[in-house]
Design a protein around this ligand. Structure first.
Ligand code: C5P
Length: 276
């Protein structure tokens, strides 16, 4: 059996550059994996079966794990059947990329199990056919991402940081956020890369505005988290969760779940390893 971590991501900054003729948005973003992670187990079996600890997640053909399996088969001719178990810890519709991470982890696992030695770059290009964030999860965990998110430039590991992920009961659908977004001007994105390389980038997320228009309660939550003492509070991707840096009084509410996390990275040759 092959058992692998499937980490979440946060966007340390997320700039929306413009809207494209194909309906997607070009973005400029610094992505970082964190050790809030699902676990995926793979073993050969007589038929394909996907099981999951979270009954709310459908395990039918729309699940990104099975989409990744189908894609890998189409690309390589791999024909073995698998039993796959997903232990879900990453909250869903939270902007943490859990589904995309599961797809990337599945591609990595299939590459191992088939002994085909397909490059990370190739797996990432295939993964982008499933979702814009999948390619990032085949990087080493810190990357500057452009295009619709699938053009990856690896960045040296950043200084380790611990953070809190705060997930309210509200869920947020990504397409709804992009639909609400009104893109104004095209930004100077190449300065973003320079800011990363000199470690002088600012934390911001252009998706906060449309998300707060859809859900004003999330704007209130952001202000509340600042009042708890955190130095930085930023929406994760398209929401609904926030990441908080610095120290603060953690919110105690039945409607809010809080997760402690750290940045996590991997080497080219190995998959993500648990820090515990
Ligand atoms: O690529 P993915 O399936 O994750 O995207 C989900 C939705 O988010 C897309 O259908 C699109 O509406 C929106 N999106 C976008 N621009 C991006 C990424 C996603 O408009 N760069």
């Amino acid at each position: 059996m092959l058992k692998l971590l499937s980490p979440a991501k946060i966007n340390l900054f997320l700039r929306i550059v413009n809207k494209r003729p194909d309906g997607y948005h070009n973005l400029s973003s610094l992505f970082q994996t964190i050790d809030l992670a699902d676990t995926l187990s793979f073993e050969f079996h007589s038929t394909d079966i996907l099981t999951c600890t979270d009954a709310e997640l459908s395990v039918d053909a729309n699940n990104l794990v099975l989409k990744a399996l189908r894609l890998f088969r189409q690309k390589t001719g791999f024909s073995k059947n698998l039993k796959i178990h997903l232990e879900k810890k990453i909250p869903m519709q939270a902007g943490l990329g859990g589904g995309s991470s599961n797809a990337a982890t599945t591609l990595w696992a299939l590459n191992q199990l088939s002994n085909l030695e397909i490059s990370n770059q190739q797996l990432g290009e295939w993964g982008a056919e499933i979702g814009s964030d999948v390619a990032f999860f085949l990087s080493c965990g810190t990357a500057y991402c452009t295009g619709r998110g699938e053009i990856i430039q690896e960045i040296n590991t950043l200084p380790s940081q611990s953070l809190w992920i705060v997930k309210p009961a509200i869920n947020q659908s990504t397409p709804a956020v992009f639909k609400q977004l009104k893109v104004s001007t095209e930004a100077e994105t190449n300065q973003d890369l320079e800011a990363i390389l000199t470690q002088k980038f600012a934390y911001f997320n252009d998706l906060e505005k449309p998300v707060f228009e859809i859900n004003p309660a999330l704007n209130e939550l952001k202000h509340y988290l600042y009042s708890c003492g955190f130095k930085t509070v930023l929406l994760c991707g398209s929401g609904s969760s926030f990441f908080c840096l610095g120290s603060g009084q953690l919110p105690l509410s039945d409607d809010i779940t809080v997760y402690k996390a750290n940045f996590i990275n991997r080497t080219q040759a190995c998959w993500y390893q648990s820090n515990y």
